[in-house]
Design a protein around this ligand. Structure first.
Ligand code: GLC
Ligand code: CA
Length: 558
């Protein structure tokens, strides 16, 4: 018996748009809202249900819109509120919902609240942010910002430091202050009343800080790690329950929390089945640790992830959330390298097969799947030949700290790390066709187009019935037609194999068996030999008894 409660957001497939890199409608080299509206039919064809829109609010763009200076206005480069309303209504006409990125762990330092806050210690907005006195003439503690350097910035006007877990232009909001919560909840209500369909909540696990602000463990020999004191902090669930009571519960919307540092135990609280907080969270265990690197330089690595590691993590989340909380499924997003380059094989020979293999493994699991723009036709990582190619503040600051200032790593190696894991890999323009600038813009793109656009582009994918695009389309249709894919219970299989990812889903006396060869070599696999059922999908037309061919993936219902 399956007792899972039904919900539209459990049955949905989400497509993430990073507007700056999606489609430019007016030739200024920057993607925009009208560019999105122009491509809604393409998304309709793919079959997705929901768009997650990365931030489109007014912003000075220190972190590409994740630094918001006005939560109720649209970024000038992206268009106007009229453009937004038109995009939303055109999406709704096509049965596509739109969820907004909610970035409220911090604002921009150019937000009116912060401009006021820094003016004086008795300004009414002072406590909207986290201000501390110097300690022995230095920073209040040793915390490192996620974007390198100290997480504290000294402000001469009042002689205090403010906290910024991200860039110094992203001061952390003080959630302890009820006035801040009122502002955030009012703003959310305003967007919900406009008719949006939910929120993806940026680093929402970090809104409650340890009130003692203790020093962190020093990992890179320079700064301390704030994570144990800022992730899943003491009041985070209280805040989210308040948000749920005051806003979320009043609308038929979906919510997904980006939950840096979340463990499966914590996720059961954030995404609990009673619905008192969020619908689901993103965890980072398969992406953060996927290089298995013991590097002191945090995420900067050139190591590829191992199947045993990734599978172990994903299986743990699948089995432990069962019946307790809903999950989300993703290989990549705007903060991660491209899925096929990281987890698959982006060589000419194996790119298509391995991208389809990865898609099968992910889309047949339990949880709401997320597709990142371009993933649906196999966009790959790019190559950084110098720091000049980089646009992302995380890359630029890390290069400064580790290469330029401290010489902990040489420039060539750092650029290789960028080729492997940099966020800009995901931010190169969407490759629409083989024309100039990949059809992204008629002007000069804000970030270089990946040179492989002549081969890899949406138009070519749409012309080829065997393309990755149509494979994703099929996976989405299957999810919409077979409740076992949405609601079936997950059971891991072949857990010790170092080449095959296999599992089963069961519901109402039926089973769906999935197996995928994670390598470019043929592998022994007898799982399907005795199964007499219906193949729902495979990236190979012909199968061979007793083996899985290179990157072969199959899902069979029986
Ligand atoms: C989240 C976003 C990332 C951003 C950071 C700070 O991790 O996904 O792009 O840089 O938060 O807002
Ligand atoms: Ca534009």
């Amino acid at each position: 018996m399956n007792t899972e409660k039904k919900a539209w957001w459990k049955e949905a497939v989400v497509y993430q748009i990073y507007p700056r890199s999606f489609a430019d409608s007016n030739g200024d080299g920057i993607g925009d809202l009208n560019g999105i509206t122009d491509h809604l039919d393409y998304l309709k064809k793919l079959g997705i249900d929901v768009i997650w829109l990365s931030p489109v609010y007014r912003s000075p763009n220190d972190d590409n819109g994740y630094d918001i200076s006005d939560y109720r206005d649209i970024m000038t480069e992206f268009g106007t509120m009229e453009d937004f309303d038109r995009m939303l209504s055109e999406a709704h006409k096509r049965g596509i919902r739109i969820i907004m990125d909610l970035v409220v762990n911090h604002s921009s330092d150019e937000h009116m609240w912060f401009i006021e806050s820094r003016k004086s210690k008795d300004n009414p907005y002072r406590d909207y942010y986290i201000w501390k006195d110097p300690k022995n003439g230095h920073e209040p503690n040793n915390w490192e910002s996620c974007f390198s350097g100290s997480a504290w910035k000294f402000d001469k006007t009042t002689g205090q430091y403010y906290l910024h877990l991200f860039s110094s232009k992203q001061p952390d909001l003080n959630w302890e202050n009820p006035a801040v919560r009122d502002e955030v909840f009012d703003m959310m209500t305003w967007w919900c009343d406009k008719g949006i369909d939910g929120f993806r909540m940026d680093v929402i696990s970090m809104i409650s800080k340890d009130p003692n602000f203790p020093d962190g463990k020093i990992l890179d020999g320079i700064y301390g790690d704030p994570n144990p004191y800022v992730c899943n902090g003491p009041r985070v669930h209280e805040y989210l329950q308040e948000m749920n009571r005051r806003v979320l519960s009043k609308y038929d919307i979906m919510t997904v929390g980006e939950a840096a540092g979340v463990t499966v135990e914590e996720a059961k609280k954030y995404a609990n089945n009673e619905g008192s907080e969020l619908n689901m969270v993103f965890h980072f265990e398969h992406t953060d640790g996927s290089s298995n690197s013991d590097s002191v330089l945090g995420k900067w690595t050139v190591n590829p992830p191992r199947l045993s590691y990734v599978r172990g993590i994903l299986n743990k989340w699948q089995t432990e959330l069962e019946g307790k909380a809903w999950g989300s499924l993703y290989w990549d997003n705007h903060d991660q390298p491209r899925a096929v380059s990281r987890f698959g094989n982006d060589s000419e020979e194996w790119r298509v097969l391995s991208a389809k293999m990865l898609a099968t493994v992910l889309h047949m699991q339990k949880g709401t799947p997320y597709i990142y723009q371009g993933e649906e036709f196999g966009m790959t990582n790019t190559h950084f030949s110098s720091i000049e190619d980089c646009r992302d503040i995380e890359e630029i600051n890390a290069y400064q700290q580790y290469v330029t200032d401290h010489g902990l790593i040489d420039s060539t190696t750092m650029l290789k790390c960028f080729d492997t894991v940099a966020r800009d890999n995901a931010r190169t323009p969407v490759q629409w066709n083989a024309g100039r600038n990949a059809g992204f813009t008629t002007g000069t793109p804000w970030i270089k187009v990946n040179p492989n656009y002549t081969e890899i582009n949406a138009e070519a994918a749409l012309e080829d019935p065997d393309s990755i695009f149509y494979y994703y389309q099929k996976l989405i249709r299957l999810r919409h037609s077979f409740p076992i894919i949405v609601y079936g219970v997950f059971h891991p299989l072949l857990e010790t194999s170092d080449s095959i990812y296999a599992y089963e889903r069961t519901m109402d006396g039926k089973a769906l068996t999935i197996a995928a060869n994670w390598t470019e070599f043929e592998q022994k696999c007898t799982l399907f030999d005795d199964i007499d059922g219906d193949e729902l999908i495979s990236n190979y037309k012909a199968h061979r008894t007793g083996v899985l061919q290179p990157y072969e993936a199959r899902a069979v219902l029986h």
